[in-house]
Design a protein around this ligand. Structure first.
Ligand code: PHE
Length: 344
């Protein structure tokens, strides 16, 4: 009997020693087959158990079971060690450092032109203006002729124009042709609309001028519309857009489609009118052109100028955004430099 116990103990010592040599899952599996499997050493060692006496058998059974439990526990521990080592090896081979902070995801945001456009739209919508969509590709007639600039009119030179290869078709240089579309659609009803959208000018691209930019046009037509209505609307707009308590200046100007015409300045939002680089040391920033709709234009829109009057204004969206954000180069808006787009 004691011989069999010794044999089992020796088997355990040997098996444990062999187990420490196993270096992979495949090797631990082979070890299991050799020692604990159905044809393994432990089963072999117990072959003669049937010939033992009834007193001896339970003792041997107990020892055999202890050996089996000890070896199974050792196997599990070794398997875990190997799994850990394999994981470490795989991680360092792939160069993954799980302690590194994650890469941030770039989250998109509203483009500064669109943000300004939406803000302008919202201010006018609160005042009861509707948004009217007009085409970006226009005819010479709508962009100039019907706006009181017939062929050869010198004021056409105020806008450098992209013409298409189709005669009489061009990219609109301003949103004002939309005035004619709106009037012809609504006549003879009163109108209170804004017309936001892209404009195109055949210009050298510089810090102050782009060949594509956005404008928001405003048009109000009705009976007894006066310059005071224009003024009140512009003041209300400027206070919301550029901050409460802004000073405004209406300078006389000239546009063929308005009479009288003005350009509207706001006191510089950056230096509070003291004078700085952005306002070119004048203390004032120009925000829009405006005026009373020229009777000829009302007539072209279908309204009788003896009965109806109206006002119109047009402002540059990027220009307003630049003033608000203190950006001094319009080219940033469309060069898609991610550093600019993230910052503003
Ligand atoms: N269309 C003019 C421009 O682009 C602005 C303007 C609009 C002026 C409406 C008066 C009335 O310069």
């Amino acid at each position: 009997m004691s011989e069999l116990v010794k044999k089992l103990e020796a088997l355990q010592v040997e098996a444990e020693a062999m187990l420490t040599k196993a270096q992979s899952s495949a090797e631990t599996e082979a070890w299991f087959r050799d020692y604990l499997g159905r044809k393994g050493a432990l089963t072999n060692a117990l072959q003669g158990i049937g010939s033992l006496s009834a007193e001896e058998r339970p003792l041997i059974g107990k020892v055999a079971n202890q050996v089996k439990v000890a070896l199974t526990t050792a196997l599990e521990a070794r398997q875990q060690e190997i799994a850990n080592a394999e994981m470490e090896a795989a991680l360092s081979a792939e160069g993954v450092d799980v302690t590194l902070p994650g890469r941030p995801q770039n989250v998109g945001k509203i483009h500064p032109s669109n943000a300004a456009l939406r803000q302008i739209n919202n201010i006018f919508m609160q005042m009861g203006f509707q948004v009217y969509d007009a085409p970006e590709v226009e005819t010479d007639e709508y962009n100039f002729g019907l706006l009181n600039m017939p062929d050869g009119h010198p004021a056409r030179d105020m806008w450098d124009t992209f013409y298409t290869t189709t005669p009489g078709v061009l990219l609109r240089t301003h949103t004002s042709p939309g005035q004619i579309h709106a009037m012809r659609e609504y006549c003879p009803q009163p109108i209170r609309v804004i017309l936001p959208g892209k404009c195109f000018r055949y210009e050298d691209v510089t810090a102050r001028s782009e060949m594509m930019f956005h404008q928001v046009e405003g048009l109000v037509v009705g009976k007894n519309i006066t310059f005071s209505d224009l003024k009140g609307t512009v003041v209300a707009f400027a206070n919301q857009m550029f901050g409460e308590g802004r000073k405004l200046r209406f300078r006389k100007s000239y546009f063929p489609f308005t009479e009288p015409s003005v350009e509207v300045d706001v006191d510089c939002v950056l230096c509070e009118g003291k004078g700085c680089r952005v306002c070119k040391y004048t203390g004032w920033l120009e925000i829009m052109g405006a005026g009373m709709v020229n009777p000829t234009v009302l007539h072209n829109g279908g309204y009788d100028p003896a009965v109806y009057s109206g006002y119109a204004f047009g402002m540059g969206v990027e220009r307003s955004a630049m003033l608000k954000l203190g950006v001094d180069d319009i080219r940033y808006f469309f060069s898609n430099d991610i550093r600019f787009l993230e910052r503003v």
